[in-house]
Design a protein around this ligand. Structure first.
Ligand SMILES: Nc1nc2c(c(=O)[nH]1)N[C@H]1C(S)=C(S)[C@@H](COP(=O)(O)OP(=O)(O)OC[C@H]3O[C@@H](n4cnc5c(=O)[nH]c(N)nc54)[C@H](O)[C@@H]3O)O[C@H]1N2
Ligand SMILES: Nc1nc2c(c(=O)[nH]1)N[C@H]1C(S)=C(S)[C@@H](COP(=O)(O)OP(=O)(O)OC[C@H]3O[C@@H](n4cnc5c(=O)[nH]c(N)nc54)[C@H](O)[C@@H]3O)O[C@H]1N2
Ligand code: SF4
Ligand SMILES: [Mo]
Length: 878
């Protein structure tokens, strides 16, 4: 039902590659109401916690609103002229390969198209790469090797129509929650449907699964080789489809030679998986970063594709390999040729006919003939001085690139760095010479392509603050100022889109699949109104699936199966570094947190960086629950909170990638990761470092809350937003001389009304600052991890709270515990108590009793896990 008020604007969520439709309504106070678009084919009205809370992230606090040069505000005219001059000067003196763009799968297609056109067509270098190199490059390489094109064959409906959904290297419940909810709903309606998860960790995604294969990190090629051998052995090869596929025999020979022992899986469990997969025709194999982010990532992708090609289970309803994309426009970036080794519209940089066609279409000055620098190489070239001018747009490489400290140093040492961002407060932006303020999500207009090839519109609902401008407008203006006026003479994103659609028709003429030429004449009004549309859109066809007809895009027209051998992760475990460090995402934060960390609701789920480690690994090292752990690799060191859990295997540890110099400087995970890449795709191995851990020798721990923002100084700290202000965890190895002085400095409060309590024998100290009777800030210090009710205390700032120093709710009120449902702020203890007292038996019953899980549903896997655990402990007690 449409809520009363002015009309809503249809748009697309800012975050993941599911590409959910949203209905937005801005209020006059800068607020934004968000609900799921019931008519969008990605989500049919559903949203996850991140989409639901978009409204909490669009405030203007901390926004970059004016161009800054060396920290000083300048006007756009001077800023863009300086950028154009610096790039032109570098090119004149050192050639086109002395400059580079590092861009992002979060750019809109129109932004991306212009960036690529400027670099490849006019600057004449292929030195444009994107954070998709860290994300989708192995899939791109795998698709091209097998299909001759980078194309996702299926559609989201396949995930619902399948009888078996295999999720490998994908924590779908947290990272593509709406797709996960669609699968769970399909399974609820048709319980015979099966879900299998292949992941070294037992993730939230496993909670709704029928089978979990906790393989050894990096052993996917062996597992899928085992499946291929079993397919052959059971006579499950599709003999008719075989005429469309080359390479079966060598692929099978290599598969048979593979040692399945490296997976570490129970052979009987593996056989059950093989039998289930082979016995279920309608099978979709979903894969994501556990597959891509590996030094054998491309081979992992092809090992999966081999099995689907051998059985002909591709491009038909309910079956196929399915790469789910991470960023909202990872697909659009691949389509416009945003990677250093591709050209626009799936054209090929190594193909002279393609280059010539593009040159003609663009009236391009110069076209590179070979691939440019891939992300890791690009920052190495920045470090060596080869790159003299670098433009970083919509990405934060000082945090998210492997060997992040080296990347940080490279950027800091570069002659000229431009950053287009929405905030001046990121680890990368702080290193740039020129900051260009970008219009953010909600303030700009264009298109994005989601995981199933559906192109959707993002539309403007909010005014851009100050002088912020869309990314495409910044690029086009620099193109004009570098002398290419006609080529970059755009005034609206619709003009760019039309040109792009027309270009895709030329690609279609070469027989390529990315053809949206049916949209080449789209009017401005039709572009504004464009409904979600799955490509291709050409005279010949619209939407649908690929490859079911056996037509592939290789020179022979046949698909290619590859002979693959298992390769262990590049970093070998050794006595000094005996543990396998895996990294990834959490439910409620997006990457480097520049937007999601603004939301108190999203920040309440997991408010601090952590390290998952197995109880046995903790015990031998004397690491206790909630202690701090020091993680060391040959590349760096981090300090994280211990989360001791059997969700990880002995010998494996896991840490989230999100925290940065802005909110937890000792928890920048990519400082630990080696810049090792897959030899085919150039994608870094972000999930398999060799590490050691030890207790961090903290002499004191503290928990702090304040109405105002504060930045601790200590060996370890991590801060997060709360509804009323901020909270932080702090720890140190050296004791401050005077705790009262420390507290006053921490919060920047001089004098004022301070209550304090200290117990010299126990080594504890507590202080609370009040202002006109209301709590302004409080600090709780202890020689051991601080035991106070954090979520409860976080709600006290700004209120009359005379008893705050107790750190606990009064005896008459229960402790709700850490927040699990961020939509309704329901804590774990509240849920556990209700399960016990009211005998709740299902997620639906929890929802009925407490509302938890009834809005976005992102916490439902965790609710299911609580139910399972309480049921198990009940059974054990009985
Ligand atoms: N909440 C949230 N959602 C997001 C994002 C976010 O930042 N936050 N980011 C978006 C982006 S850009 C991306 S790319 C996607 C990523 O989505 P996912 O790929 O689902 O997320 P990750 O947590 O990076 O990794 C997935 C899983 O791979 C497992 N894994 C590690 N090594 C191996 C291995 O060798 N084999 C197998 N089979 N599994 C392994 C990890 O244990 C982890 O659970 O998420 C998107 N969605
Ligand atoms: N260890 C480890 N490292 C990883 C990964 C991992 O799993 N483990 N995953 C990798 C993957 S898959 C990915 S996708 C990357 C993501 O890594 P990044 O792309 O580096 O991370 P983000 O935080 O998304 O950075 C986006 C930046 O764009 C800014 N921004 C927001 N809106 C706009 C806008 O409209 N215009 C402009 N110009 N800027 C804007 C934000 O403030 C922010 O600074 O991280 C990779 N790094
Ligand atoms: S699943 Fe969540 S984050 Fe992804 S597009 Fe949908 S609402 Fe946004
Ligand atoms: Mo990603």
């Amino acid at each position: 039902m449409t809520p009363p008020g002015p009309p809503e604007t249809r748009s697309t969520c800012a975050y993941c590659g599911v590409g959910c439709g949203v209905l937005l309504r801005a209020d006059t106070a800068g607020g934004l109401a968000v609900r799921g678009d019931p008519d969008h084919p990605s989500n049919f009205g559903r949203l996850c916690s991140k989409g639901t809370n978009l409204g909490e992230t669009v405030d203007l606090d901390g926004r970059l609103t004016h161009p800054l040069y060396h920290g000083t505000q300048i006007d756009w005219d001077s800023a863009l002229q300086t950028v154009a001059d610096k790039f032109s000067a570098a090119i004149a003196e050192h050639g086109p390969d002395s400059v580079a763009f590092y861009v992002s799968g979060q750019l809109l297609t129109e932004d991306y198209y212009i960036a690529n056109k400027l670099m490849k067509g006019f600057i004449g270098s292929a030195n444009i790469d994107t954070n998709s190199r860290l994300c989708m490059a192995s899939t791109v390489a795998g698709h091209k090797r097998a299909f001759g094109t980078d194309t996702v064959p299926g559609t989201y409906e396949d995930l619902e129509q399948a009888d078996l959904v295999v999720l490998t290297g994908s924590n779908l419940a947290w990272c593509h929650p709406v797709l996960y909810q669609r699968i769970v709903a399909a399974k609820a309606a048709r319980p015979s449907m099966k879900i299998v998860v292949i992941d070294p960790r037992r993730t939230a995604t496993c909670d709704g699964a029928d089978m979990h294969l906790p393989l050894k990190p990096g052993s996917d090629v062996a597992l899928f080789n085992g499946l291929l051998a079993a397919i052959a052995q059971q006579g499950a090869r599709d003999d008719t489809f075989a005429q469309h596929v080359d390479g079966f025999d060598p692929a099978l020979a290599a598969a048979r030679a593979c040692d399945l022992g490296v997976t570490g899986l129970d052979p009987a469990l593996m056989q059950r998986f093989f039998d289930l997969w082979i016995g279920t025709e309608k099978v979709v194999t979903v894969f994501s970063q556990g597959v891509n982010q590996s030094s054998s990532g491309s081979d992992k992708v092809n090992a999966i594709l081999n099995c689907h090609l051998a059985t002909g289970r591709i491009g038909r309803p309910g079956m196929g390999p399915f790469s789910v994309t991470g960023q909202p426009n990872a697909m659009g970036g691949r389509e416009v040729g945003g990677l250093a080794n591709t050209l626009a519209c799936h054209m090929d940089i190594g193909n002279p006919d393609h280059r010539q066609a593009l040159r003609q279409f663009w009236d391009a000055r110069a076209m590179p003939e070979t691939a440019g620098l891939k992300a890791v190489e690009m920052f190495q070239a920045v470090a060596s001085g080869q790159i003299k001018a670098l433009w970083i747009m919509h990405t934060n490489p000082a945090v998210t690139m492997p060997d992040a400290d080296a990347v940080k140093a490279a950027i800091a040492g570069c002659d000229f760095v431009v950053c287009s961002d929405i905030t001046p407060q990121t680890d990368t932006v702080r290193l740039a010479h020129m900051l260009l303020p970008a219009a953010a999500w909600g303030e700009k207009s264009g298109t994005v392509t989601n995981s199933d090839r559906t192109i959707s519109r993002q539309r403007t609902v909010l005014p851009a603050p100050g002088q912020a401008r869309p990314d495409w407008a910044q690029l086009a203006e620099v193109g004009r100022r570098m002398g290419w006026h006609a080529a970059f003479d755009y005034t609206t994103p619709s003009e760019i889109f039309r040109e792009y659609a027309a270009l895709s028709g030329i690609a279609g003429g070469f027989g390529l699949d990315f053809d949206i030429s049916g949209l080449a004449d789209i009017s401005d009004a039709a572009y504004d109104a464009l409904a979600p549309t799955r490509w291709p859109v050409s005279a010949g066809r619209t939407g649908g699936r690929f490859f079911g007809d056996g037509r592939f895009f290789t020179p022979s027209g046949r698909a290619r199966m590859l002979a693959l051998t298992h390769r262990a992760p590049a970093a070998r475990l050794q006595p000094r570094f005996p543990l396998r460090l895996n990294t990834g995402r959490i439910r409620d934060q997006w990457h480097t947190m520049t937007r999601t960390a603004k939301s108190p609701r999203l920040s309440s789920h997991l408010a601090e960086p952590f390290l998952e480690l197995h109880p046995s690994d903790a015990a031998v090292r004397g690491i206790t629950p909630s202690a701090l752990v020091e993680v060391t690799t040959p590349h760096g060191r981090a300090i994280l909170r211990a989360l001791i859990t059997d969700r990880v295997q002995p010998g494996d540890i896991f840490a989230p990638m999100h925290w940065t110099g802005e909110n937890a400087p000792s928890a920048r995970i990519d400082t630990l990761i080696a810049p090792v890449t897959d030899p085919i795709s150039g994608q870094p191995e972000s999930k398999a470092a060799a590490a050691r851990i030890a207790p961090f020798p903290a002499r004191w721990y503290a928990f702090a809350i304040s109405s105002d923002s504060f930045t601790p100084t200590a060996d370890y700290w991590a801060r997060a937003r709360t509804a009323q202000g901020w909270r932080a965890e702090i720890a140190g190895t050296a004791l401050p001389e005077n705790w009262e002085a420390y507290a006053a400095t921490l919060f920047g409060i001089e004098g004022g009304d301070m209550q304090s309590l200290s117990d010299a024998r126990r080594g504890t100290f507590r202080a609370a600052f009040h202002d006109a009777g209301r709590l302004r800030a409080a600090l709780f210090v202890s020689p051991t991890p601080v035991a106070v009710m954090r979520d409860y205390l976080s709600g006290l700032t700004g209120t009359v709270a005379p008893l705050a120093l107790s750190g606990r709710i009064g005896a008459d009120q229960p402790d709700p515990g850490p927040t699990l449902c961020s939509c309704f702020g329901v804590g774990v203890n509240t849920i556990l108590t209700a399960i016990a007292d009211k005998g709740l038996r299902s997620v639906a019953e929890i929802g009925a009793a407490l509302q938890a899980g009834t809005n976005c549903g992102s916490c439902r896997p965790e609710l299911a896990d609580l139910l399972t655990r309480t049921a198990t402990s009940r059974e054990a007690a009985e």
